[in-house]
Design a protein around this ligand. Structure first.
Ligand code: ADP
Ligand code: MG
Length: 679
């Protein structure tokens, strides 16, 4: 029964079925204090008038609880025989439960009830645990309190031997944490609130700490076992480009990240690095410099983008940057003609092509390199882990992999979910950027919004108008878009204005043409679904109008806004919504208006949605902690990470005396546990 309903198989599971709250037996309310606002209440009084009402089917047991301020009705629909047996009229009881209002009276149905004398007996804990349970178990009278009785019976039978310490004692001392056995006892049956909190802190830390140790061990193992190509030197190409062709001074963050990558790729193990950078922080140039580093060491590199438009843009801007240098760079996408394709395949095999830019086409089986040494995945969230793995198979020694995110992932998440990847961060925008001014407007103000856009266009600027699209194939959104397009046309009539449209149902050729017209400033307005979300660079565009902005997620809004503010002119993002906006959507919009900082937005996103829903982390499982929360217990997580790193930095094998408990614990986790079956 326990097994099926709660997944409790062993004593250990029972111990780890932590209470959801505690009832303080000393906090007894008066019946008079119950109001229509009361949810749960604990009262004490004399039981009177126990009575069975109704016929066979609709039978119920009612009783009255009376204290010196009033009466409360208690009612049972199930387990009546059993309840009838244990209840004694005229005795004093302690009662806890959810208050409802029925037939003009307050009542509690299926209350938790026990003799007052027992509940508050000398020497007993006043904080009683309550556990989550199920309706079925409740019907067998295994309610939240009864489950506690099982646990209470179990605890005296075990000792420190059964729950051995697994955190090095120096850490326990430094952080003032109680030992593990004590933690397990006090999380269930604390003597005081302080005891409970100490137990909670200890067990939360343990969860974080073990997760961090495991991630770090994975990372270490990979570093030790994976052979990687070694970039021994910074050579001619890199230096020449850096001194003569770099169009701007690198930001401090760009330099730091380059140093991190440089150090990592010189070690002889394979690099797997996540580069987190806000929109517009200048990841492309970092990618280019890495590829030049590879070329200097005689290796080829490739860069993958999620869409054809983006791949082409990358290709063109890289080509432009490299125009006076002798570096051979090619573009490969789904629409590359077969004659060209053949030439590219040849060049890749004989090594005459040094850099390949492209879409998914790059990782197809048919694409063979002579010696691929560096692979870059841009705008990571559209690429699966499997596709990344495919990259590793492109060379005998797997190439270094740099994954660049489109939008920041909250630091806390990255640290827990991607802790086994190396991690670089660019939290600095190039100088001279004006932050984009973001405003929220209701649809009723559409005409004045359009007037504003007109003044911008008349100044020579361009505008994006974005419609929501949940699925590319969704018919409704498509119709929305086309209706929107007609509406935009009525505000901006031809021939004075011209408009590009791009959407997911369009053949890619046509998408490309329409996009290019906007890039070349042949059209002033780009009406689009979110297909342009990622990466495109049109510095002359200064307005981003987002229709039905309430339907977009935070990271998507931020990503879209990142399309403007790329040039010298002041830029604007207008979030247009209907009059009905949910609280959560309103929070998102408020956040967008308040900040341009992608990292702050990512944290807010995490707070609003919880860790389970953040892109790319859904299946990772590493976020499923029983007690700890990466949102609410962030300081503890930071500590856990710090100490896990310390431990492994000093003792990679965990073979030192003080780390043996930890090592033994990890070993014991591999299936063979000393716990016997319960049911
Ligand atoms: P993202 O990180 O979003 O991919 P990009 O690499 O597209 O950003 O860079 C955005 C813009 O900033 C580009 O036009 C690029 O030329 C410019 N840029 C990048 N680094 C610098 C820098 N250090 N100083 C000035 N401009 C820069
Ligand atoms: Mg980019």
């Amino acid at each position: 029964m326990l097994k099926k309903e709660l997944g409790i198989f062993t004593f250990r599971d029972l111990l780890e079925h932590f209470p959801i709250r505690h009832i303080d037996k000393t906090a007894i309310n008066k019946i008079r204090d119950i109001t229509s606002q009361t949810e749960f209440i604990q009262v004490a009084g004399t039981l009177t008038g126990i009575e069975l009402i109704g016929d066979k089917r609709a039978k119920r047991l009612v009783a009255e609880l009376k204290d010196n301020t009033g009466y409360l009705e208690l009612v049972w629909f199930q387990g009546i025989n059993w309840v009838q047996k244990i209840l004694q009229e005229g005795k004093d009881y302690l009662v806890y439960g959810k208050v409802s209002f029925y037939n003009g009276r307050y009542q509690i149905s299926h209350p938790e009830i026990e003799l007052l004398s027992e509940a508050t007996a000398e020497g007993k804990n006043f904080l009683e645990p309550v556990y989550s349970t199920t309706e079925k178990l409740k019907a067998k009278s295994l309610n939240g309190r009864q489950l506690g009785k099982l646990t209470a019976a179990l605890l005296p039978q075990i000792s420190e031997k059964d729950i051995p310490e697994n955190i090095p004692s120096t850490i326990l001392q430094k952080l003032n944490l109680i030992n593990r056995f004590q933690g397990y006892c006090d999380i269930h049956f604390p003597k005081s609130l302080q005891n409970y909190e100490a137990a909670l802190k200890r067990l939360k830390f343990e969860e974080f700490f073990l997760a961090q140790i495991r991630l770090q061990l994975t990372k270490l193992k990979r570093h030790r076992s994976s052979k990687g190509v070694k970039f021994e030197k910074v050579g001619e190409l890199f230096n020449n480009f850096y001194t003569n062709y770099l169009p701007f001074e690198l930001t401090g963050a760009q330099k730091r990240v380059l140093r991190e990558i440089r150090t990592d790729t010189a070690q002889g193990h394979q690099m797997n690095r996540l580069l987190q950078g806000d929109v517009g922080s200048g990841k492309t140039i970092v990618a280019l410099l890495c590829m030049l580093l590879a070329a200097d060491n005689g290796y080829q590199s490739c860069m993958m983008a999620p869409t054809e438009i983006l791949a082409r843009q990358h290709f063109e801007s890289l080509q432009h940057l490299l125009k006076d240098m002798h570096v051979s760079i090619r573009l490969l996408t789904g629409s590359t003609r077969s004659a060209e394709r053949k030439k590219i395949f040849e060049g890749l095999l004989n090594g005459s092509i040094q850099i390949l830019v492209g879409t998914h086409a790059v990782i197809e089986e048919t694409v063979q390199f002579k010696n691929l040494g560096f692979a870059i995945v841009d705008e990571q969230h559209r690429f699966g882990v499997a596709q990344r793995a495919q990259l590793w198979k492109k060379a005998e020694v797997p190439p270094h992999v740099l994954v660049m995110t489109a939008t920041p992932i909250p630091r806390t998440l990255a640290m827990t979910a991607y802790g086994d990847l190396d991690y670089s961060i660019m939290d600095e925008l190039p100088p001279g950027r004006h932050p984009v001014t973001t405003v929220h407007r209701y649809e009723t103000k559409r005409a004045s919004v359009m007037d504003f856009i007109r003044t911008e266009i008349d100044k020579g600027r361009q505008t994006y108008i974005i419609y929501p699209l949940i699925e590319e194939s969704e018919k409704l959104s498509y119709e929305d878009l086309m209706q929107g397009y007609e509406q935009v046309k009525s505000f901006f009539p031809e021939p004075k204005y011209s408009i590009s449209v791009v959407h997911g149902r369009m053949p890619s050729q046509q998408k490309e043409v329409n996009m290019q017209r906007f890039v070349k400033n042949d059209t002033q307005i780009m009406v689009s679904t979110t297909v342009i979300e990622v990466g495109v660079n049109v510095p002359n565009a200064t307005v981003m109008l987002i229709e039905s902005a309430e339907k977009f997620g935070l990271s998507q809004l931020h990503q879209l806004r990142g399309r403007v503010g790329r040039g010298a002119e002041k830029s604007y993002c207008i979030l247009l919504t209907g009059s009905k906006v949910s609280n959560e959507a309103f929070e998102r919009i408020k956040t967008m208006c308040a900040t341009n900082d992608g990292f702050a937005i990512a944290e807010k996103d995490l707070e609003l949605r919880g860790p389970g829903d953040i892109e790319g982390t859904r299946q990772s499982g590493v976020l499923n902690f029983k007690l700890a929360s990466i949102i609410n217990d962030k300081p503890l997580l930071d500590l856990a990470k710090y100490y896990a790193e310390q431990v492994l930095a000093n003792d990679e094998e965990l073979s030192k005396e003080e780390n043996l408990p930890l090592k033994n614990f990890l070993l014991s986790q591999k299936g063979k546990t000393a716990w016997s079956k319960i049911s």
